[in-house]
Each structure stands twice: as structure tokens, then as C-alpha cells.
Write a protein that binds this ligand. Structure first.
Ligand SMILES: Cc1cc2nc3c(=O)[nH]c(=O)nc-3n(C[C@H](O)[C@H](O)[C@H](O)COP(=O)(O)OP(=O)(O)OC[C@H]3O[C@@H](n4cnc5c(N)ncnc54)[C@H](O)[C@@H]3O)c2cc1C
Length: 415
């Protein structure tokens, strides 16, 4: 019977263990988990509701949500996709629902449902879980793996590392000859101290374009003003795609906001029409753009050097230019990041060039596999990070299930 060790009792480790056991009952699988509980991130995920995946069913479209891992995940998504994840859970008695923004949650609205399903499946599959076993060293011993923990050593024919963003394990992987792309945070909000937004936390616009000055990074979507600066889907997406750029800048950066996602010339034209139509009205009193809430309008008007008493008729061309600029081209100096608690991930990890994505196996060592966030893969919010864990876990699990050919220590069969 071949012996398999999986390090890490998170989403990827569990999915791999269940898949392996179900594909080949003739395996002994042990999960080594350093903490006293498994699946802890699943528990807190999605604000306690667990956003399991995303209702995007075309691999070519799905990869666009991954700043790192886009190219490499295309093949794997053809093997195990979001729809497969949904089917997997629903067949095991977890009804799911797709919300308006395409995020997928258990109908129970509780991550515990997902945990119960995974824990039951792993029990039925006969996988052993060793809690409180922190892996401290990994060595190749002839054709086997020796895994040293605080509670003793384990020997395996095949090893899967699914330890998420754990710095100490990355050091162990580095010692095995792999390259580790240095970790940097992803999915955070922008810290900004600016009079234009200081007094109006809670205000949001439905479709802003936010870009990072001096870079190619730009994103569209809902934008939220908070007590600390800017947040919302547009900002989180930008933080993920610009993660390396922002880390290099030591989080001292400038952000441009186009509150209307329209060209300056179009907005200026509209302002000129509004001036003609509303001559006698006081400009500051009402936002005539449906997507600009009144309190934001007031701030942008004042920032355009327009007095609160001025009527539309009295607005100079220079003031109209200023206002068009504020609406489409507001520049904020940002000075840091704050954590987005609903979901946060780390960019960085095992270099993707060193992985065979048909099997999620190391190109450096036979019978060494990786899945989940331990790899240099991360996504924006919306269930994509778990999908990476499910897909990697599934394919790695299938690869682990293949029987070893005698003496060679390599897998037989094609998956
Ligand atoms: C607050 C929060 C909310 C989130 N919400 C969502 C969401 O709703 N949807 C989504 O798609 N993504 C979400 N994410 C991201 C998602 O949780 C991760 O991408 C996913 O959990 C990664 O799975 P993993 O199995 O690779 O790693 P992990 O879930 O981190 O599991 C790794 C496991 O390895 C164990 N381990 C580490 N080192 C050792 C060691 N030396 N020895 C033994 N064991 C070890 C850890 O204890 C852990 O149990 C959220 C993240 C956070 C932090």
C-alpha cells in the first residue's frame, strides 16, 4: 500500500486527500496539521458564510480573475472547474446558491456546512488526521519522503504540501531546491487622508475607474469611501493586480479616481448643458449626475474652487473645467493599506515555472506535489481563491492516487 502524507489540513489538503482516497482506496493517507483544528480559514471565510466559488463557467474567463496563476490555471480549469466544485458539494448534500454578483455560498449561509461536508467525506474516505503536528523539516530519503514534526517523523512515498501562506514551510521548500517568490499582501484597501473624502465615509458610487499613477494598473467597479480611505470591489481588484507594484513603492502611491468612468470631454460637455438648463439654481445644492451622491458632489464642487453660494449661471469656464476634472480625474495621495477582513490572501509562493500543472507536481522532485495558496497563485475576491484550492487539490489528489511503479518511485498511468 502506498503511503501518502499531506501537510496542511486546509481547503487544498482536504480536497486532495478525499480525491486521492476515493480514486484509490489502496492508499494510506495522513494529513499533518500543526494547529488543533482543521479548515480554520474555511470557518472564517466570506464573513462566516464561505464564498465557495464563483459562478463563472468558462475557463478562459475565469483565469482573468487571477493576477498570478492566470496562464497556469487554464489547463487545470479544463480538468476541474467552478461547476465541478458546485456539483461536488451538492452531490454530498450541500445545497448552494448563486448570489446577484455571482458569488456562490451554501444555502445555509454558514461555513460550518462546508466544513461538516469536508470532514464527513474525509472520515468516510478513511484518511488519518494528525492535529498538533507541526512540520519542521522535509528530506528526501532515497525514493521516499521523510517528514519531521514536533511529534515525530513520518515516511511517505508521495508528499503533498498544502500549507497556504506559511513562511516557515516556504523556507523548507526553498531548501528542497525550489524557488520561492517573496510574499507580499494582496486584497487590501487604500489608506488616504484627504479633505474631499474625510467627512463622507459610507458614500459609494456604482461604477468608478480607479488607477494607480505611474503604472498600467486600472480597475472598474463599485467604489466605497471609508473612514480610512477607499475600498470596494474596484479598489480590492486594483490592490490584487497592483500588489507587487505597491509593495515596491512601499505603499506610498497616488491613485486616480474617475467617479463616473467617463472621459473628461464627455463630462465637460454635460456640465455645459447643465449650466444652460439650470442657470438660476445654486450648483452645490443638487447633484445632477445620478451616480454621484449629494455629499460627494458637495466635496467635489468645493474642491473645484466653486463657492457654495454660486449659481450655475455664474460658473466660469475655468470652474467648469475644474469640476469636470474633479469628477473624472481626482488624484489622491495614499500612504498605506488596511486589511480587508472578508477575504485576504498573500501573493507569492512556489515559483509556477517549477510545477507541472497537469499533475500539480514538482518539476524538480518526483512525487512531490503542491496545491492551494502555497503556490504563487492568488485571485481577487469572489470565491476564486477557494477555487484555486479545490482545483489544485483535486488534480493533485488524482495524481497522488496513481500507483507507483516498482523501484522507480514515479507514478504510473496518465490522468
Ligand atoms: C478572513 C479570510 C476570509 C476568506 N474568505 C474567502 C472566501 O470567502 N472565498 C475565497 O475564495 N477565499 C477566501 N479566503 C482565502 C482562502 O481562505 C484561501 O485562499 C484558502 O484557504 C487557501 O487554502 P489552502 O488550503 O491553500 O491554505 P490554508 O487554508 O491556509 O490551509 C493551510 C493549512 O496548513 C497548515 N499548516 C501551515 N504550516 C504548517 C506546518 N508547518 N505543519 C503542519 N501544518 C501546517 C495551516 O495550519 C492550515 O490549516 C479568505 C481568507 C481569509 C484570511
Amino acid at each position: 500500500m502506498q503511503k501518502i502524507i499531506i501537510i496542511g489540513g486546509g481547503a487544498a489538503g482536504f480536497f486532495a486527500a478525499i480525491t486521492c482516497a476515493e480514486h484509490n482506496p489502496n492508499t494510506e493517507i495522513i494529513i499533518l496539521e500543526r494547529s488543533s483544528k482543521v479548515l480554520q480559514k474555511v470557518k472564517v471565510s466570506g464573513g462566516g458564510r464561505c464564498n465557495v466559488t464563483h459562478a463563472c463557467f468558462i475557463p478562459n474567463e475565469l483565469i482573468e480573475f487571477y493576477p498570478r496563476g492566470k496562464k497556469e490555471l487554464l489547463g487545470p480549469f479544463h480538468q476541474f472547474m467552478t461547476g465541478d466544485t458546485m456539483q461536488w458539494f451538492e452531490e454530498r448534500g450541500v445545497p448552494l446558491k448563486i448570489e446577484a454578483d455571482n458569488r456562490v455560498f451554501p444555502q445555509s449561509n454558514s461555513s460550518q456546512t462546508i466544513i461538516d461536508c469536508l470532514v464527513n467525506s474525509i472520515k468516510n474516505a478513511g484518511v488519518q488526521i494528525k492535529l498538533g503536528h507541526s512540520v519542521e523539516n522535509i528530506q528526501k530519503d532515497n525514493e521516499q519522503w521523510k517528514v519531521c514534526t514536533n511529534k515525530g517523523d513520518f515516511i511517505a512515498d508521495k508528499l503533498l504540501i498544502a500549507t497556504g501562506s506559511n513562511t516557515k514551510v516556504w523556507e523548507l521548500i526553498l531548501n528542497l531546491g525550489h524557488t520561492i517568490i517573496p510574499p507580499v499582501p494582496s486584497l487590501f484597501t487604500f489608506k488616504i487622508n484627504d479633505n474631499r473624502i474625510k467627512e463622507i465615509p459610507g458614500i459609494s458610487v456604482p461604477n468608478a475607474t480607479v488607477s494607480l499613477i505611474d503604472s498600467k494598473f486600472e480597475s472598474n467597479g463599485p467604489l466605497l469611501i471609508t473612514h480610512w480611505g477607499l475600498s470596494g470591489p474596484a479598489v480590492l481588484k486594483l490592490s490584487a493586480f497592483g500588489a507587487l507594484f505597491l509593495a515596491e513603492k512601499n505603499y506610498q502611491y497616488s491613485v486616480k479616481v474617475n467617479w463616473l468612468s467617463k472621459p473628461l470631454s464627455t463630462v465637460l460637455q454635460k456640465l455645459k448643458i447643465l449650466k444652460k438648463e439650470n442657470q438660476k439654481k445654486q450648483l452645490i445644492l443638487k447633484s445632477l449626475f445620478k451616480d454621484i451622491p449629494k455629499r460627494l458632489w458637495e466635496q467635489l464642487v468645493l474642491a473645484s474652487e466653486i463657492k457654495s453660494t454660486q449659481r450655475w449661471a455664474d460658473i466660469s469656464n475655468k470652474q467648469l473645467d475644474n469640476l469636470a476634472n474633479q469628477l473624472t480625474n481626482t488624484i489622491f495621495n495614499a500612504y498605506g493599506k488596511t486589511t480587508f477582513k472578508e477575504e485576504f490572501v498573500t501573493a507569492g509562493g512556489v515559483d509556477l515555472k517549477e510545477i507541472n500543472f497537469k499533475r500539480f507536481e514538482s518539476k524538480i522532485h518526483n512525487n512531490l506535489f503542491f496545491a492551494g495558496e502555497v503556490l504563487n497563485i492568488d485571485a481577487v475576491t469572489g470565491g476564486f481563491n477557494f477555487q484555486n484550492a479545490w482545483t489544485g487539490g483535486y488534480i493533485a489528489g488524482k495524481s497522488l492516487s496513481l500507483t507507483l511503479s516498482k523501484g522507480e518511485g514515479t507514478s504510473t498511468g496518465i490522468i
